[in-house]
Design a protein around this ligand. Sequence first.
Ligand code: ACM
Ligand code: ZN
Length: 581
Amino acid sequence: VVFSWCSVKNTSKQVPPIYSIIPHPQELVKNPNFFLLNNQTSIYSDSTLKKSTKQLIKLIKKEYDISLNHSTSIKKENCIILANSNNKKNDYYELNISEKLITINASSEVGYFYASQTIFQLLDHNNLNKSQNFKLPALKINDWSKFKHRGMLLDCCRHFFSVSTIKKYLRLMSYYKMNILHWHLTEDQGWRIAIDKYPNLITKGAYRNENNKIYGDYYSKSEMKEVVEYAKSLNINIIPEIELPGHSQAAIAAYPHLSCTGETYEVANDWGVFKEIYCAGNDSVFTFLEDVLNEVIEIFPYEYIHIGGDEAPKYRWENCKKCQKRIKQNNLKDEHELQSYFIKRISKFLKSKGKSIIGWDEILEGGLAKNAIVQSWRGTKGGIEAAKSGNKAIMSPTSHAYFDYSIKTTDLEKVYSFRPIPNELNKNERKLIIGGECNVWTEHINNEEELDSKVFPRLLAMAEVLWTNENESDFEGFKKRLQNHYPILKIKEVDYGIEVLPCKIDVERKNEKLNIKLIKGSNELELKYKWGNTTNYIKYSEDSVIENNSGELFVQTFKNGNKYGDIISQPFKFHKAVAKT
Ligand code: ACM
Ligand code: ZN
């Protein structure tokens, strides 16, 4: 009897519990045993928590097809109990899982929502082989977020992404406790938001001529409202970005009177920064923008509107009579102050509608609008300057937060090392850094697959940076937890990319030969190489030297026996000048 009892115990221990929550909870204590969630599990809550309770029942039914029994009394076993907490930290929740009970305490609906996301990750990781009982490892969590603003920018102008892709991203963001989608909707290369009063914005402004093919699309008002509602159900706010005064060539193509010259332009069909920007001297430009923003406000209820403000070349303004007149009449010093005038005028208008603006760090030039939030992208100095002048800032420096950049410059560890609060700030200034965003510009991201491979797994690192990380952090621990997310991402149809540049090739001249070393990007990777197209791949053993003097080297990297990243090829040609001064 004893023997069989032992063997049962051992069987249940064969699959150890997985606690790979990302972002990592602020406090986590692991306990032995599992709670088993099933159709007999009941849920009890105080009557003040009806909404959160209903929400949890609905989500568990939808995600795991388990029907929880709403109970009017606390059960001693197999019961989930929701209760209030008065902890005032951001997004606070406590989650206590024992063999018999789950208790969730939170101080807001959002707290319960995030507790449920934590539960879902635990369910997903510990139940890859589904049965009638879903295992949840026992633990105790106290959790809250470090930053209030945990965002991702998605550029839907350079390339368009469907409502279904946006919804997939919203689901994934909420799973990783991100709460802001910064939706980049207007650009030189395409205007994507339907505005009733100005139909040309979509009939003309949404389409560009790309190698004699028409590329373009737009979101109808009902689609955008649907996205906003969907995001709200996932505790995500949407910040629309309506770019001004620059990045506006698509609008100018639709309505030529908006530019300084009044000439006809095409929607841009290549990448870069363009000199056609809104005329700052023409009042009808402000009428247009106010009309547009009035309709934008109707769609997007969140308190912030992003007005861009970046990369506006001043060439047209310098040569425009109306712009120069505006400078004189308002005693402005130069075109930078004219840009500041432009932004402040829009900011004042939006304030009258109960909205505040966010702008890229260029809005500091020529004087910052009161209450404007600065999004620092050209490094962190814009955010520092904003905080030092008492304005809030969002950090998304190109150094760590640009997910359109290749893995070569911005690998997973680099993203994970991001610390949004610059050391230069004092205690009060630090509070003005409200969070960060990863920016996904899509000039070179053509479709959802490519988007997935750029955003994942880096988004998980950013999520942890913004939710959990203080100065110290444990990249190796994060990486270990991350490995358990790949099967889940696969189930969620995410075509995730790589963590690190798979391999670097190091070359030295040794007499009349080249000594080539392959340096793998990370310990767990394996390399194979071959010369030319004729031979088979050979396993590369660490630190060995490949001697050769010409031909083409191909390297394929492997992780857990699977191909990792693309084949790298490098032609070599030996000659007298190689490695000589
Ligand atoms: C930006 O990347 N131009 C904000
Ligand atoms: Zn002008």
